[in-house]
Design a protein around this ligand. Structure first.
Ligand code: NAP
Length: 265
């Protein structure tokens, strides 16, 4: 007997939903594309990583698209949105995810590198949302912004990146308010330590990468391990789905308690 228990399988109802994902071929974005395929949705990966993109296209058996560009200018975003609409006739959601922690610090950076870092990590979030908006209004689609815990904790070596990550949280609230009349929900996810190709590059920059990794794992309260990209993806697809129908303007930490729990425990 299962008296009182919720036995119905959660159906996210994402079947055939067309979702744009910047940086959707690798790392966290790649995991989101794969999770969407499992749900029968159609990921559109805006990502120059062709080898990883092809693996996802193969997995989707034709129900996916890769736009192999590195987003930078407004025109890049506009053409990606137009190509998506031309191919599928609709856009049901947007995941702003592409970015890289490029370590432009206060002391060791310079004003030009700082401006470039902010531009690379932030501006295309606005551009994609701006150009996708008419289609999202039609579909009542949702927006998910991938930010970072560094937006609220700092990191001590990366002024441009944290400026962008902080602004993404502010824009999440701002867009959630602006888009209330259209029933478009906007939320942010804040990962902390997720083992992705970007993370791997960073770890390899230490003299003893294995020791550094063990040190970081030891500080993650839940399970002393990194968050898996798939665990970020689960939150992303939930937020894109109608099951999250009354969640908007939220900053959601998927980090094994890294940001908020007492790491001295
Ligand atoms: P990743 O492993 O480097 O994957 C990102 C993908 O996006 C790569 O395929 C990359 O291509 C692509 N990309 C980068 N810039 C792009 C652009 N301007 N236009 C289109 N594609 C672009 O990175 P990740 O670790 O999955 O990070 C994804 C997001 O999570 C980022 O916003 C990052 O700030 C955030 N995040 C990650 C962590 C973590 O622990 N991993 C923690 C906090 C926040 P290339 O490889 O060719 O550059």
């Amino acid at each position: 007997m299962v008296c009182g228990l919720w036995t119905e399988k959660m159906n996210l109802n994402l079947q055939d939903k067309v979702i744009l994902i910047s940086g959707g071929a690798k790392g966290i974005g790649g995991a989101i594309s794969r999770a969407l395929i499992e749900e029968g949705a159609i990921p559109v990966m805006i990502d120059p990583s062709e080898k990883e993109g092809k693996e996802i296209l193969d997995l989707a058996k034709g129900k996916a698209l890769q736009i192999p560009i590195r987003l930078f200018s407004p025109e890049d975003a506009e053409s990606a949105v137009k190509m998506t609409f031309k191919t599928f006739g609709k856009i049901d959601g947007l995941v702003n995810n592409a970015g890289a922690n490029d370590g432009v610090s206060l002391a060791h950076g310079n004003p030009v590198a700082y401006a470039d870092s902010v531009a690379k990590n932030l501006f295309h979030y606005y551009y994609l949302a701006h150009y996708a908006l008419p289609y999202l209004k039609k579909s009542r689609g949702a927006i998910v912004n991938i930010s970072s815990k560094t937006a609220v904790t700092g990191q001590g070596s990366t002024s441009g990146y944290v400026s962008a990550k902080g602004a993404q949280l502010a824009l999440t609230r701002e867009w959630a308010v602006e888009l209330l009349p259209f029933q478009i929900r906007v939320n942010a996810i804040l990962p902390a330590e997720v083992y992705t190709p970007m993370y791997e590059n960073w770890i390899q920059s230490f003299p003893n990468p294995e020791e550094k990794l063990a040190e970081i794992n030891a500080q993650i309260p839940l399970g002393n391990r990194m968050t898996k990209p798939e665990e970020i993806a689960s939150m992303a697809i939930f937020l894109l789905s109608e099951k999250a129908s009354h969640i908007t303007g939220q900053h959601l930490y998927v980090d094994g308690g890294y940001t908020h729990l007492d790491r001295a425990l």
